[in-house]
Design a binder for this molecule. Structure first.
Ligand SMILES: Cc1cc2nc3c(=O)[nH]c(=O)nc-3n(C[C@H](O)[C@H](O)[C@H](O)COP(=O)(O)OP(=O)(O)OC[C@H]3O[C@@H](n4cnc5c(N)ncnc54)[C@H](O)[C@@H]3O)c2cc1C
Length: 261
């Protein structure tokens, strides 16, 4: 499969990328990060951007920094970089969860910002960002703004990001030493059928694969109560009750993992 024709641009700064997004707006420009979602969509002609704006040469967009108890992850940071980083016990959940993201080559190229921008409701980064109440920092023509992850995911592959904005970083504002994420996929490396993240510190649960966006369950009760409280439909060949059973099992499993630390 080959993509439709496009013009390639190499951005050298975030401001430059924003300017290109604005100038080329009539021709469906797209930002390119790791390309692990976008290029596949282009090859299948599900995306036909007239222009690709490559972010990978923008200095300063990759990196992981601790600041005032928060963890700041640059948009171009790869899944693999997070997996290999020693984030300390407060944010170890992020490194541990990376084992669920695709396969090693995908984790080596795919980026945190790309994952958040893509907005797949079962993507580990989307779930982690909602669970840990992260903030998405985006830059557009009017400057930078911050959007809580809990308000960022609006629908299937639809986010609050404007077409002329670039995600700059994701900020995880508070430690989550007793959090864990686990999931079930039909094959190792596939997107999850159902994923469950828990934070024993807040009592919250986040679920993927049960709705159009990550589903946050505050004050979550027992795994059975969480599962029984969901409105599920038979979807994509998967019966609702099968998904419900997975929720029950995965919430319990994630809690065990979080308690072990
Ligand atoms: C076989 C396979 C299995 C996979 N399995 C999983 C999985 O289990 N879990 C999972 O989470 N992901 C999985 N992925 C997807 C992978 O994680 C991607 O890396 C990720 O979804 C997108 O990141 P990217 O850097 O590759 O973004 P790209 O593919 O380059 O871009 C994706 C979208 O985000 C936009 N974008 C990218 N960066 C920015 C930015 N900084 N600001 C604004 N918009 C931006 C692009 O314009 C595009 O619309 C899989 C991919 C493959 C091919």
């Amino acid at each position: 499969m080959k993509p439709a024709a496009f013009t390639y641009h190499r951005a050298s700064s975030v401001r430059g990328a924003v300017d290109l997004l604005t100038e080329l707006a009539d021709d469906e420009p797209k930002l390119l990060a790791g390309g692990q979602s976008l290029v596949a969509m282009m090859n299948y002609r599900m995306a036909r951007p007239g222009h690709l704006i490559d972010l990978t040469h923008v200095p300063g967009l990759a990196g992981i920094h601790h600041a005032d108890g928060a963890l700041r992850i640059g948009a171009l940071t790869t899944h693999r970089a997070v997996e290999r980083a020693d984030l300390g016990p407060d944010f170890a959940v992020l490194s541990a969860a990376m084992r669920w993201v695709g396969h090693l080559p995908i984790r080596t190229r795919g980026t945190v910002g790309g994952s958040i921008a893509h907005g797949d409701a079962t993507a580990e980064w989307c779930l982690l960002a909602v669970l840990l109440d992260a903030v998405v920092v985006a830059e557009g023509p009017g400057g930078r703004r911050e959007v809580r992850a809990r308000e960022f995911f609006l629908g299937p592959f639809t986010t609050a990001l404007d077409p002329d904005e670039v995600i700059v970083e994701i900020v995880f504002p508070r430690p989550a030493p007793r959090a864990a994420l686990t999931e079930y996929a039909d094959r190792r490396g596939d997107f999850a059928v159902v994923a469950a993240g828990v934070d024993l510190g807040t009592g919250e649960v986040v679920l993927g694969g049960v709705g159009a966006v990550p589903v946050l369950v505050p004050d979550a009760g027992t795994p059975a109560e969480v599962a029984d409280g969901l409105e599920l439909r038979d979807e994509a060949g998967i019966p609702a009750e099968y998904r419900r059973g997975l929720v029950r099992t995965l919430v319990a499993r994630a809690r065990e993992e979080a308690a072990r630390g």
